[in-house]
Design a protein around this ligand. Structure first.
Ligand code: G4P
Length: 526
């Protein structure tokens, strides 16, 4: 127990993740409405870069402005302090989302009832699984016709490799949608299509009571009874500890747009979702309730104004209390720093705060001191783990297009990479710089920002690569031999680690076969 226990235990820091269009923005907005953080629907400007695979960078730039404010949304609800971390919907910024997931204690996954599990959800769930992040599933858009709920649960289990346990159950769907039976609270929630906040709740401990027919028609009542019987027979009893270990995901059904099932989700969430969890550093595991402050930078947001090249470094507080104007150690620099205007994010506002606690996110205005993964502490030498880079999907050589501005270009590349915009690999053979991204949009972002923020011009040249693999081996001679044999394909990442750039899946497979002593990793942390 620490003097801050009470503050820390009431915090719930989480992210809502989904495939674009499943309803993440809508759900976020409804949660904020319940928290009283906003008063009208439509107030949350989506941080998503609108779907239509836009490559209009000006548009993105505009939206990026919005996304600083909406990156973290905090509000109080029923004695709890809720911190929602927003994640960019566009898949080209998936890396950003992965990093945000390192700063949350749990996750709500939104699934569209008609579309089921989609590509982006699968990828994000992989990261949650790696980190054993507790997950709650919200099946959205029940006001539309969708998949059979049992089939959907099977699909979630199969595709997301996680066990599920429904805690609410839909009564029909689409036009005939009548509501849900809240298994968790044993209540019948009746649906009236409305975008306002009203739902009719009826306490209903025993759905076998003939009274059920007073609320829903006989056919639906019968179906509900047999569904619930099946659920109780097939799915294990819900157990909070199993959820907290990341082994089982409770499932809720509803319609975010109609504000239906959202309050039930939130009420259950604050009860079962974890307060800040211990975080592993290289040196030791740090408990949130320790008195000494510690935290790490998981996101850097550049200023949009090119005349002020300042950023906001987003810090997740891992332990203790952060105080404005106190001295904290920037571990990588080994020097003490003070922060006179740390900001917190209340709903959609950003404001200077005097203190913040483990679980909270603070924004520190910065002019290039921070990079992603940096640790701040009260003085202890700690390095938090778990901010992996993933092998990029696309690669291009980056070349200088204005010989007078080589210095600016190099500085720009370095800072953008520190911000985590993309990954840089330097070919060990010819020294050429290769940028790796998740999607095409990132190349455009880099080119645009180099020009507008650093006055540097770059051009892209094609390189055909399949994957970047971080390699290691206990056998030094084997490692040296591999590096010699693959000299043209060896690169160094930004931290100076050896990376093998495989130009095709086949070549990679052959390399794995021919060099059994070498371990190939697709993420930078292993
Ligand atoms: P995202 O952030 O996950 O990308 O999804 P978002 O909330 O923007 O929702 C995507 C679309 O789905 C929106 O419609 C939204 O209104 C709709 N939607 C969300 N929840 C529900 C629901 O429960 N039922 C139904 N029927 N639709 C829902 P849109 O037309 O694409 O956008 P908009 O113009 O309404 O903003």
């Amino acid at each position: 127990m620490s003097q801050y226990s009470e503050e820390i235990e009431r915090r719930r820091t989480f992210a809502i993740i989904s495939h674009p269009d499943a309803g993440k923005t809508t759900l976020t907005e409804k949660l904020l409405l319940f928290g009283g953080a906003i008063h009208v629907a439509g107030a949350v400007k989506s941080n998503k870069i609108k779907k239509t695979a836009t490559s209009d960078w000006m548009e993105i730039e505009k939206q990026r402005g919005i996304s600083v404010a909406t990156s973290v949304m905090a509000f109080d609800y029923s004695g709890h302090k809720i911190n929602i971390l927003d994640t960019p919907g566009h898949q080209d910024f998936a890396e950003d989302t992965f990093r945000t997931l390192t700063a949350v204690d749990s996750v709500i996954i939104v699934i569209d009832t008609a579309k089921g599990v989609e590509a982006q959800t699968r990828k994000l769930m992989e990261v949650c699984r790696m980190r054993k992040t507790p997950v709650i599933v919200f099946v959205n858009k029940m006001d539309r016709d969708g998949k059979d709920p049992f089939d959907l649960l099977d699909e979630i289990e199969e595709e997301l490799h996680i066990n599920v346990r429904p805690l609410s159950w839909p009564i029909d769907m689409g036009q005939r949608f009548r509501g849900v039976y809240n298994i968790y609270e044993q209540k019948l929630n009746l649906y009236t299509p409305s975008k306002q906040y009203v739902t009719e709740n009826v306490e209903f401990k025993d759905i076998n009571s003939p009274e059920l027919e007073n609320y829903i028609d006989a056919g639906q009542a019968e179906k509900l009874r047999s569904d619930i019987e099946l659920i109780e027979g097939v799915y294990p009893e819900f157990d909070v500890d199993t959820y907290l270990k990341g082994d089982i995901a409770p499932v809720f059904f509803g319609s975010a747009l109609n504000n239906f099932g959202v309050k039930e989700l939130l009420d259950c969430f604050i009860n079962i979702a974890p307060s800040p969890r211990p975080v592993s550093a290289v040196e030791r595991v740090v408990d949130p309730e320790e008195d000494a402050f510690s935290g790490f930078v998981f996101k850097i947001h550049a200023n949009m104004d090119p005349n002020h090249r300042s950023c906001i470094a987003f810090v997740k507080i891992c332990s203790g209390r952060f105080e404005r104007n106190a001295n904290y150690k920037h571990v990588r620099f080994g020097k003490m720093m003070r922060f006179s205007s740390p900001t917190a994010f209340m709903a959609q506002k950003k404001e200077v705060v005097d203190e913040a606690f483990a679980g909270d996110i603070i924004g520190l205005p910065d002019t290039g001191n921070f990079k992603i993964g940096d640790t701040l502490t009260s003085g202890e030498e700690l390095h938090f783990k778990g901010l992996p880079s993933f092998s990029p999907e696309m690669f291009k050589y980056i070349e200088n297009a204005d010989p007078m501005k080589a210095k600016q270009l190099n500085k720009g590349i370095e800072q953008l990479m520190d911000e985590g915009v993309a990954q840089l690999f330097t070919n060990q053979f010819n020294g050429r710089k290769i940028i790796g991204t998740v999607g095409q949009l990132q190349f455009e972002v880099i080119q645009y920002r180099l020009l507008h923020e650093y006055g540097a011009q770059c051009k892209w040249e094609p390189i055909s690569l399949y994957k970047a693999c971080w390699i290691e081996s206990d056998n030094t001679a084997a490692l040296e031999n591999f590096k010699r044999r693959k000299a043209q394909y060896m690169a160094l990442d930004k931290e100076g680690r050896d990376v093998y750039l495989a130009d095709s899946g086949y070549v990679l497979m052959m390399a794995q076969q021919d060099f059994p002593d070498i371990k190939f990793h697709f993420t930078s942390e292993f």
